[in-house]
Design a protein around this ligand. Sequence first.
Ligand code: NAD
Length: 252
Amino acid sequence: MGLLDGKRLLVTGVLTDSSIAFHVARFAQEQGATVVLSSFGRQMKITQAIARRLPSAPPLVELDVTSTENLAGLADAVREHVDGLDGVLHSIGFAPQGAFQFLTAPWEDVATAVHISAYSLKALAVATEPLMGPGSSIVGLTFDASKAWPVYDWMGVAKAAFESTARYLARDLGPKGIRVNLVAAGPIRTTAAKSIPGFQVFEESWGSKAPLGWDVNDPEPTARTCCGLLSDWFPATTGEIVHVDGGFHAIG
Ligand code: NAD
């Protein structure tokens, strides 16, 4: 019996086969879930091609989290493939290059980072809520925003807003039986990570400080934990942030 037998999941954020979301989709299918993917704009074609590398190619719906039209039509688009949702993975992040210069970043760049990387969790939750019910689970990906990092800058501030958004969603969706949790992953070499100037400073230090060690090329521990939170095995957990970082956060 699979961990996610019979579960219907919407997985956002598959761009390449290095995307964290790709590995969540793969594990989820291996564990018995039915998966629907979302992508947007010109990336739709790439996602469609990459999706063929999954155990079975899932259907794809369009979702640009900044598009009110896409958000308004999301539930109906998903309903064409599944009759409800037991889980939603938010695996979306973006900041313009200017947002990675803390003292000089213009508001427009910061606003884009916060819109796509933080507010989008609320937007996605509200758009999919009509498909969810008691026992459903929303899971997102963060990079521990309780600290100021050597790089990350306004993306770090956006992640702090993202983490707070998850707690408010947990408050408002809890009475409907819907859980909202985040996974704080260590650095993983993906397209989003490679676009962060100076990302290699994390790669160099993480493995030596983390008690369990850390492999920046291995998204599997993160993906497995996301699947755990999407399953029925955390029934009384919401508003939580689970660190999947080799134990890095616990060491001074
Ligand atoms: P990725 O580049 O593979 O995924 C980022 C995704 O965001 C892409 O699929 C992209 O299409 C999507 N996206 C960007 N703008 C969007 C928009 N307007 N509408 C809809 N989707 C949009 O990189 P990843 O590392 O797998 O990132 C997934 C999540 O994991 C992000 O939230 C990221 O911040 C988080 N995270 C990554 C790391 C890391 O080191 N890679 C560590 C901790 C957390």
